[in-house]
Design a binder for this molecule. Structure first.
Ligand code: GLU
Length: 380
């Protein structure tokens, strides 16, 4: 299959590793490299793309600011170093993107934010709103509160989860190597870069496992793990070198890299997940007007709901059925059962008055809704 073109992607997550951002000798941010990357991001942004950044570097930067000695840090030391480093990191991103008139918005996530459905929906709507406002979310793990058992630890997998959560169509991992090789390139002069991986087979995984140093072994392994998360979630991924200036411009110009292709797109992958793997916790019965709106691709608003059954929490899967009691679809509901019952049949201004807060406009957002063909449920 041919290599995709960068210009065809709409929502792009760019992951930047600590070793690219921070010069470990000087202990300082590599500012001219970062300014060049920010210029690349600004170019994508001004071309109408939505860009998200997953940036590592909090621990490395904190370490240098605090002048900590070399060597492994204890858990509480890394957490405390991250607290110092993250402030510096946020400021740097805000400055380099601000130089192009772009607002950066910091989001610190933990494993639970991406794994628990309710929190997942919250993080996702915040990201969506920032993108709506044309800001660039700058995301890192919340290293200061994430302890060993509940932590990603590596931003490759974190970036992949963020990319699928944000329904991004492309994840770019900027690395110290320009892609996946058939064998360790440092030791094997015949090693070939693989330009396109159509699916992550056992053979591909074995190549990652045999990469050069201890460091890059772990590095390529987590990148392949990230590739699995991204491609099953409908997001293409690519690994490219971040060691050059203007790395994104190089990719756009057809530079060396490895693409990991997904057969799906983020919305269909997500919808398959909703349709297939979630146990519905309740049922929303909706009126004929809402049935027609849903079939036309709209979201489900509280006004169209006539009856709420079951005990469900925000983010749970529910069945949606028409006035004739036939299932027409399934979706992730944005309110828990009690609130859903209180606001059913009400218009949006009433909803705010009833709940005392202005909640979400939709009962189920269209991206979280799977509608079956007319006359049959989505499972048929
Ligand atoms: N979240 C960590 C940091 O900002 C980095 C994890 C990684 O390097 O992948 O320091």
């Amino acid at each position: 299959m041919a290599q995709p073109q960068l210009e065809n992607f709409r929502r792009i997550v760019v992951k930047v590793g600590s070793s690219l951002l921070v010069d470990s000798e000087a202990g300082e941010v590599r500012s001219s490299w970062l300014a060049a990357l920010a210029a690349d991001i600004a170019k994508l942004h001004s071309d109408g793309r939505e860009v998200l950044v997953v940036s590592s570097g909090s621990i490395a930067l904190g370490r240098s600011r605090l002048r900590l000695p070399r060597g492994a840090l204890k858990l509480e030391e890394s957490q405390a170093a991250a607290a110092v480093g993250q402030i510096a990191l946020a400021r740097i991103w805000s400055e380099v993107l601000g130089a192009h008139g772009i607002d950066a918005g910091q989001i610190l996530v933990t494993l639970q934010d991406t794994e628990e459905r309710r929190r997942y929906l919250n993080a996702r709507s915040t990201i969506a709103k920032l993108l709506d406002w044309r800001a660039v979310p700058v995301i890192n793990e919340n290293d200061t509160v994430a302890t060993a058992e509940i932590r990603y630890g590596d931003n490759d997998r974190l970036a992949a989860r963020v990319a699928t959560m944000a329904s991004a169509d492309l994840l770019i991992l900027l690395s110290d190597i320009d892609g996946l090789y058939t064998a360790p390139p440092a030791q094997n002069p015949d090693a070939q870069l693989i330009p396109v991986v159509e699916s992550i087979t056992a053979e591909i995984e074995a190549m990652a496992g045999s990469a050069a140093s201890e460091l890059s072994r772990g590095g390529m392994r987590t990148k392949i793990e990230a590739g699995k998360i991204a491609t099953t979630g409908g997001t293409h991924m690519l690994i490219a070198s971040g060691k050059i200036e203007h790395p994104l411009a190089a990719i756009a110009g057809g530079g060396r890299c490895t693409w990991f292709l997904t057969p799906a797109n983020p919305v269909t992958a997500r919808k398959r997940w909703i349709a297939g793997s979630l146990e519905p916790r309740g049922t929303l019965t909706i009126d004929a007007g809402a049935v027609a709106a849903l079939r036309a691709g709209k979201s489900l608003l509280p006004a169209g709901v006539i009856r709420v059954d079951g005990q469900f929490a925000r983010g749970d899967a529910v069945v949606v059925r028409g006035p004739d009691m036939h299932e027409i679809g399934r979706g992730l509901v944005a309110y828990d059962a009690d609130d859903a019952d209180r606001i059913k049949g009400r218009s949006s201004p009433d909803v705010a008055a009833i709940l005392g807060v202005s909640g979400r406009a939709e009962m189920i957002h269209r991206d979280d809704l799977v509608i079956g063909p007319a006359g049959v449920g989505p499972m048929a």
